[in-house]
Each structure stands twice: as structure tokens, then as C-alpha cells.
Design a protein around this ligand. Structure first.
Ligand code: FES
Length: 146
């Protein structure tokens, strides 16, 4: 049912934990399943993401997608991090079962929430970044994610 990569990131999640004084931190949840994900980013003066950490209170797929998302955004520019969509995370994990697609959306939205927080703190506007939702149920009802 789950790919080897999903099982690997679930059993050995990368970048678990918190960052002290993060540049940006974002928390998103899904009211339907009750899962919550918090993402911490450390962004240097050149706009490069130096560190990413996460804490996820959720299902195995949510842990695996958070882990992969942190790996994918590390070393990236803010604009490149915006390209780390839920589809990109799923592809990097060799796919997720249909019922677990929404878990990858938590990862995308948590990255956006952390970047939004960074932008707010620095008084900047990140092109292409929309105000994140705190409950992704609002999004899954609006759009089809598959
Ligand atoms: Fe909701 Fe996985 S079941 S995030």
C-alpha cells in the first residue's frame, strides 16, 4: 500500500524537532482527521533556507510528507520552496494512496504558513504566496487534489 520511500520517511523521519529563533514558523491542521503539522524554517540573509524542522501530530503519511518536505526545501530559495507542492512531495515519495493525498497537502500548507510568517516578520511580500489557511479542510473542499 505504501511505497518504500514513504515507509522509510515514516520509520526514520528527517529533521524532526524545533528550531530556536526560527525565521518563520507555521502551523496547519485538518479538522476532519485532527492531524496537526508545524514547520520551522531558518532563512539566511540571501533568502536561502538553511534549516527546516517539523513536528507532526498525525498519521504516518503526514509524518512521511513532513519529513520529505523539509528535505526538499533545505538549501532552496524561497521561490524554489514555493514549488514544493503537495504533488512534488508525493512524487518524491513515489506516491501516496488516494485516501492519504490530503496528508501531503498539510506539508505544502505548513511550508507556506512558515514562509508567510517569515514575510510578516520581515515586512516583505513573497510573490506567489497566498495567505495560508489554518485548516486545510477549507482547501480540499474548494479544489480537487489528486
Ligand atoms: Fe489526516 Fe493523514 S489522515 S493528515
Amino acid at each position: 500500500m505504501y511505497s518504500e520511500k514513504v515507509m522509510d520517511h515514516f520509520n526514520n523521519p528527517r529533521n524532526v524537532g524545533e528550531l530556536e529563533n526560527p525565521s518563520g514558523v507555521g502551523t496547519v491542521g485538518n479538522a476532519k482527521c485532527g492531524d496537526i503539522m508545524r514547520m520551522y524554517l531558518d532563512i539566511d540573509g540571501n533568502g536561502i533556507i538553511q534549516e527546516a524542522r517539523f513536528k507532526t501530530f498525525g498519521c504516518g503519511a503526514a509524518v512521511a510528507t513532513s519529513s520529505m518536505a523539509t528535505e526538499l526545501v533545505k538549501g532552496k530559495t524561497i521561490q524554489q520552496a514555493l514549488a514544493v507542492t503537495n504533488r512534488a512531495v508525493m512524487e518524491a515519495l513515489d506516491g501516496l494512496p488516494p485516501a492519504k493525498v490530503h496528508c501531503s497537502l498539510l506539508a505544502e500548507e505548513a511550508i507556506h504558513a512558515a514562509l508567510w510568517d517569515y514575510a510578516q516578520k520581515h515586512g516583505i511580500v513573497i510573490e506567489g504566496l497566498e495567505k495560508p489557511v489554518s485548516d486545510i479542510e477549507e482547501k480540499t473542499q474548494e479544489e480537487e487534489y489528486s
